[in-house]
Design a protein around this ligand. Structure first.
Ligand SMILES: [Zn+2]
Length: 66
């Protein structure tokens, strides 16, 4: 995985924070706050690679390779 990603806001190099797990679906899931009852159709764990900008705090998420 490359670490040469640049921040979209200030063009500083992004730091790789690591893999974060997000629960999708379910009444108390992360997505439940946004999608209401629709989230019950697809409940599971979504793992995303998280990058943050040390300059402005911008955060980006990417799907892990493979
Ligand atoms: Zn930035």
């Amino acid at each position: 995985m490359s670490d040469s990603l640049a921040c979209l806001r200030c063009s500083s190099p992004l730091d790789l924070v690591g893999e974060q797990d997000f629960r999708t679906g379910g009444a108390t899931g992360f997505a439940g706050m946004f999608f209401g009852n629709l989230n019950q159709l697809s409940e599971g764990i979504l793992a995303l690679q998280m990058y943050r900008c040390p300059q402005c705090g911008h955060v980006e998420f990417f799907l892990p390779q493979g």
